[in-house]
Design a protein around this ligand. Structure first.
Ligand SMILES: Cc1ncc(COP(=O)(O)O)c(C=O)c1O
Length: 401
């Protein structure tokens, strides 16, 4: 097995804030896979739909470019797009959002989350992150000078949101709590009352809840409304969403943030220091996605559902492996604790000895040790091959052990 030390950042005279920031293990696996000379790797580590962007969206972007809409937009984004985001929130959820003062279009949800952290986190402030969680939060909080407080969710309850545990982690030092539902990496959709209990606890400490809802349209047990539309504390909620996952638009890089006016105004101002605005042509694409036919979203969701069912069934057949049924997103968090070594070791054995790329659970925080995240954003055929290979590893190691 080749060493993986070459993926470490080179030692140079970098700013102190870089020192505490670790590369995501998902990207590490991605890079190791890229260097592998196996042309037939099965990629189950990737967190993006394998579908193409719907054609009407691509056409709208082409038209916008041809018509000369290729200039900076306002920092907050195209007025028509903000209007569509506000209307969509109102239509789906019955709430009201002011497109002029409460919506900011960003370069994907990633930039929205980063700007949110820069806006509400002072140096030394704590940000509570129920874990296992998407690794970028930790990075974003650290870059803002804050301290991520990883709060492990109970693995014996399938990483469901335990509101008491999260509320206990909230103190007067807490600037924000991050809630991701459906969750990456577990696919868990949190109970509405549990979420509200966390928002109430955050509000009691004058902290914000950053609601990452990028997988909200990908739920398998009926649609979920946005947290901000149902909470009693909307002034404490910053909602982050994007076109990436639901519309198969990861590369277009359009997301947004919906927040109380003072937060949205500050985010609009500091947007100037990062990108000023999302790419204009991409914003036109996003406008077409949100206002055009929604059938492609439903079709992709149904395809993900079929793949989820297949994956869960296959995992249940492998002795020693288990995973709860994901309720949303396109990830299964598989318990591999019966195998030898850390989840990173297991992921490397799967890559080098069996040709399947997975995301090690420890990359999602210490609570994820002993798990692998498998993405089912891949064809049924590739999933079948990938699962055959995972099964082969378990069989081999069972025999040799
Ligand atoms: C939970 C979560 N939030 C945000 C993002 C970023 O999405 P975007 O492509 O809109 O920046 C991802 C991407 O993997 C994610 O999993």
């Amino acid at each position: 097995m080749p060493p993986d030390s070459s993926v470490d950042l080179p030692a140079t005279n970098l700013a102190d804030r870089i020192g505490g920031v670790e590369r995501s293990k998902i990207r590490v696996m991605f890079d190791l896979a890229r260097r592998s000379d196996d042309p037939d790797l099965v990629h189950l580590e990737i967190g993006e739909p394998d579908f193409d962007t719907p054609e009407h969206v691509t056409k709208a972007a082409y038209k916008a470019a041809r018509e000369g809409n290729t200039h900076y937009t306002s920092n907050a984004g195209l007025s028509a797009l903000r209007q569509a985001i506000a209307e969509m929130s109102a239509r789906r959820d019955g709430g009201t959002v002011d497109p002029e003062t409460e919506v900011v279009v960003t370069v994907g949800a990633m930039e929205a989350l980063h700007l949110a952290a820069l806006t509400v986190v002072d140096p030394g402030d704590e940000v509570v992150v129920p874990s296992p969680s998407w690794p970028n939060y930790e990075m974003q909080v650290k870059l803002a000078g804050g301290k991520p407080v990883q709060t492990p969710l109970p693995d014996d309850r399938e990483f469901d949101l335990d509101p008491d545990r999260v509320a206990d982690a909230i103190t007067n030092e807490t600037a924000a709590v991050v809630l991701t539902t459906p969750s990456n990496p577990t696919g868990r959709v949190y109970d509405r009352d549990a979420v509200e209990a966390v928002v109430a606890a955050a509000a009691a400490h004058d902290a914000y809840v950053i609601a990452d809802e990028v997988y909200r349209r990908l739920t398998y047990e009926g649609p979920r409304s946005s947290l901000a539309a149902t909470t009693e504390y909307p002034d404490h909620v910053i909602t982050v969403d994007s076109c990436s996952k639901a519309y198969a638009m990861t590369g277009w890089r359009v997301g947004w943030l919906i927040a109380p006016e003072e937060v949205a105004t500050a985010v609009t101002t500091i947007h100037e220091s990062t990108t000023a605005c999302a790419a204009s042509v991409s914003q036109y694409a996003a406008l077409a996605a949100l206002t055009g036919p929604q059938e492609p979203v439903a079709e992709m969701r149904e395809a993900f559902r079929r793949r989820r069912d297949y994956l869960v069934e296959r995992i249940a057949e492998v002795p020693g492996l288990s995973c709860p049924e994901p309720q949303g997103a396109f990830y299964a968090f598989v318990d591999v604790s019966g195998l030898d070594g850390s989840s990173f070791d297991i992921a490397k054995r799967l890559l080098y000895d069996h040709g399947v790329v997975t995301a090690p659970g420890e990359g999602f925080g210490a609570a994820g040790q002993g798990y692998l995240r498998l993405s089912f954003a891949n064809s049924l055929e590739r999933l079948e091959t990938g699962l055959d290979r995972i099964e082969a590893l378990v069989e081999n190691e069972g025999e040799s052990g």
